[in-house]
Design a protein around this ligand. Structure first.
Ligand SMILES: NC(=O)c1ccc[n+]([C@@H]2O[C@H](COP(=O)([O-])OP(=O)(O)OC[C@H]3O[C@@H](n4cnc5c(N)ncnc54)[C@H](OP(=O)(O)O)[C@@H]3O)[C@@H](O)[C@H]2O)c1
Length: 306
């Protein structure tokens, strides 16, 4: 009898091979961090010590090369981490994979494989743990993507697959073509942007037994600039809850708020400051009650639930 991922989730069985840390370190901004290879290595080692073993990249971030150089200083670390990367965005201009006249998306088998091979070279590793299609491609042929995934898995170059920023329908389409093997949809989610919740993407993840990965949980830093009325309301609510749950900082409340979602979400961090990573991991111990969770929801919307 075939057991679906949702049935496994109900039974509480392990869904994912490989396993990912509940909080994930994101390296999108690494090119702006100005760290030497040695300093980046020290950052990665401390992140691992703190229990964050999953590291998020994408071909278009330009993060793979510096990360690979840091990792090359201590290759034994590779087996202690899970590396996530993404493919499918082809920016205008001359990139690693040739000249492009216009920004576009490419989920052809040829591009997926070429992009992954390039990522492996940049990361100085011979496999990644998770490969995501970065953005939905309007010209995507689901069977062709599934074929590329099968080939990369059979070659041992990728351990698991998923998508990012996919709509409900696009996820259903590719999940069916891949025989239910996609393990995540990486989507934006923060108290300033709850679109993935409103659109049912997080419910869909729960139904498929798939843990969504959440990007820009701190709204890319906008929570600390407080430039809009919405941000003012949200920050006030977060500060009230922070006092109630004895959190050390506002970020801990945000991450606890994402961890309270019933879909088993995996929040991504984006910070370059190790002390902020140290604060973030403590949020796993903070539990919000329903009333606190909805107070943040209400502050975001500007009105109470009907
Ligand atoms: N799949 C996708 O399409 C997609 C899109 C975007 C991002 N992502 C992934 O998600 C990860 C996280 O995204 P993100 O970087 O936007 O995350 P974020 O956590 O929302 O924003 C990080 C930014 O907030 C700043 N920040 C954090 N704590 C702060 C504080 N207490 N005070 C002031 N500023 C603070 C950080 O600066 P400091 O460095 O100074 O702390 C950094 O510039 C990325 O690295 C990437 O891996 C995926």
């Amino acid at each position: 009898m075939t057991v679906t991922r949702a049935q496994m989730a109900n039974r509480g069985e392990a869904l994912h091979s490989p396993e990912f840390s509940r909080i994930i370190a994101g390296f999108w901004r690494v090119k702006h961090w100005g760290m030497s290879d040695q300093t980046l290595l020290a950052f990665i080692e401390r992140v691992l010590e703190l229990g964050i073993s999953s590291m998020d990249h994408a071909m278009v971030y330009g993060s793979e090369e510096p990360f690979g150089k840091a990792l090359a200083l201590k290759p034994a670390l590779r087996s202690e981490m899970e590396i996530i990367t993404k493919c499918g965005i082809r920016p205008q201009g001359f990139g690693e994979l040739g000249a492009q006249a216009v920004n576009h998306y490419d989920s052809s088998k040829e591009h997926i494989i070429a992009s992954l091979e390039n990522s492996l070279r940049m990361l100085q590793t011979d496999y990644v743990d998770l490969l995501l299609i970065h953005r939905p491609d309007f010209l995507m042929r689901a069977e062709e993507v599934a074929e590329a995934f099968e080939q990369l898995k059979a070659q041992g170059k990728v351990r698991a697959f998923g998508v990012s920023n996919f709509t409900l329908q696009q996820f259903e389409l590719l999940q069916a073509a891949c025989g239910g093997s996609l393990i995540t949809n990486q989507v934006e989610f923060s108290p300033l942007n709850m679109q993935s919740l409103d659109e049912g993407l997080l419910d869909q993840c729960q139904r498929h037994g798939v843990g969504p990965m959440l990007w820009s949980c701190l709204a890319g830093g906008a929570l600390f600039k407080v430039e809009t009325e919405q941000a003012r309301r949200v920050v006030a609510a977060l500060n009230t809850v922070k006092e109630e749950v004895n959190a050390d900082c506002l970020e801990q409340v945000v991450y606890a708020w994402t961890l309270a979602l019933p879909c088993n979400a995996f929040p991504l961090l984006g910070t370059s400051k190790i002390e902020r990573v140290e604060q973030a991991v403590k949020s796993e111990k903070i539990k919000l009650n329903r009333e606190q969770w909805y107070r943040i929801w209400e502050a975001s919307k500007g009105f109470p639930v009907p």
